[in-house]
Design a binder for this molecule. Structure first.
Ligand code: C2E
Ligand code: MG
Ligand code: MG
Ligand code: MG
Length: 281
């Protein structure tokens, strides 16, 4: 395509491409050593139950503290990890670290871990999870795996068998970013989800776009009929929270309730009666 645009353009695009690909290559090399150098860490973002006004758990979100680039967001390095196959090692690290952290928290608190589609290719993933739970002495029902619809589209067969095995193990599965993919309704019927997470784009727009509110309401009522819990992602304002309460959303997550924080900060939060009181207000 660049060729048709003329000689000057060729040069320009090639230079840009070249720089971008060198950059990516460098990130790949750095990422390969990130675990060994202890540069990866997890932050945890709370789920608030609107029925009880209690924190029910936390989602583990991966962070990479790069020695020279600073904090690299997962949207940048997860795709690289997936392409290079590093996701297996990183995904295992995430599961083990999340379970180990969970073992310090009260029994009624769960942890949710995000999964990549590539992790469904790995036959030993179940064994990894079983081992991580056993090593941390954590009950399987306290672990939730978050997957997205797009993962089901590309890898339905292996995804379904792994998800069913997870369920047999006692872990739960949540459908993340709900509403941004396709064929969700079919999957809801076929697969054993315990939870749907309505994508933040719907929550952001629901108070300004009636269509959006209609979708959110319908998803909640459908989920109730299917006996699936609903989490609203990306709740940022008190008005959004109030609306979600009115339409009986089960749980909420977002900057209003809490930003992702370190495991130590979670510990402090769980100990703080004051904070629980704020949520209850
Ligand atoms: P996600 O699982 O849908 O996570 C939600 C993202 O929204 C997180 O971004 C979170 O920090 C952000 N968020 C939470 N509340 C709000 C809010 O109120 N407003 C706004 N604007 N954003 C909010 P983050 O941490 O950058 O993660 C982005 C994505 O990277 C995640 O989306 C998930 O798909 C992926 N990811 C994160 N950690 C892991 C991991 O350990 N493994 C894999 N495979 N993917 C991960
Ligand atoms: Mg998630
Ligand atoms: Mg999401
Ligand atoms: Mg509930």
């Amino acid at each position: 395509r660049a060729k048709k645009a003329g000689p000057g353009t060729i040069c320009f695009f090639e230079e840009v491409d070249d720089k971008a690909s060198r950059d990516r290559k460098a990130l790949q090399v750095d990422l390969a050593g990130a675990i060994a150098r202890d540069e990866l860490f997890l932050v945890f973002q709370p789920f608030l139950d609107l029925g009880t006004n209690r924190i029910t758990g936390f989602e583990a979100l991966l962070r990479w503290q790069h020695p020279s680039r600073g904090l690299v967001p997962p949207s940048e390095f997860i795709p690289i990890a997936e392409e290079t196959g590093l996701i297996h090692e990183i995904g295992e690290w995430v599961i083990r670290r999340a379970c180990a952290t969970l073992s310090d928290w009260p029994e009624d608190i769960r942890v949710a871990v995000n999964f990549s589609v590539a992790q469904f290719h790995n036959a030993s993933i179940l064994q990894t999870i079983v081992q991580a739970l056993a090593d941390a002495k954590v009950a399987p029902h306290r672990l939730e795996i978050e997957i997205t619809e797009s993962m089901l589209l590309s890898k339905y067969g292996s995804a379904a068998s792994i998800l069913n095995a997870l369920l047999e193990l006692g872990a739960t599965v949540a459908l993340d970013d709900f509403g941004t993919g396709f064929s969700s309704l079919t999957y809801l019927r076929k697969l054993p989800f315990s939870r749907i997470k309505i994508d933040q784009s719907f929550i952001r727009d629901m108070l300004v776009q009636p269509d959006c509110a209609a979708i959110v309401k319908s998803v909640i009522s459908l989920a109730r009929d299917l006996n699936i819990d609903v989490v609203a992602e990306g709740v940022e304002t008190a008005d959004q929270l109030e609306y979600l309460r009115q339409i009986a959303c089960d749980e909420v997550q977002g900057y209003l309730i809490g930003r992702p924080v370190s495991a130590d900060a979670v510990q402090a939060l769980l100990n703080s009666k004051k904070l629980r009181a704020i949520f209850a207000a």
